[in-house]
Design a protein. Structure first.
Length: 83
């Protein structure tokens, strides 16, 4: 999946996060940073990002299944990029 598709999915995820009552500011900042620099990420940085996304997915799983699905889409997209 091209980088622009990952960025689009991150934007969609951020839109959903802004509609939740949970404080997600730090997570949103991390996603924005990832979106802006995804082309320059090292494999280690991508692994760290995926690890963080997995933790966040667990926190949203029960109350916000759409957010969980979007987080999973971002993780899959990053893995498919092979970076």
């Amino acid at each position: 999946m091209p980088h622009n598709e990952v960025k689009k999915t991150i934007d969609e995820l951020k839109g959903e996060l802004q509609q939740t009552p949970k404080e997600t500011g730090i997570f949103e900042e991390m996603l924005e940073h990832a979106k802006d620099g995804i082309e320059n990420y090292t494999p280690e940085a991508v692994k760290d990002l995926i690890d963080t996304l997995q933790v966040e997915a667990g926190e949203f799983e029960m109350e916000h299944p759409k957010i969980t699905a979007l987080i999973n889409n971002v993780m899959t997209s990053l893995s498919n990029l092979g970076i």
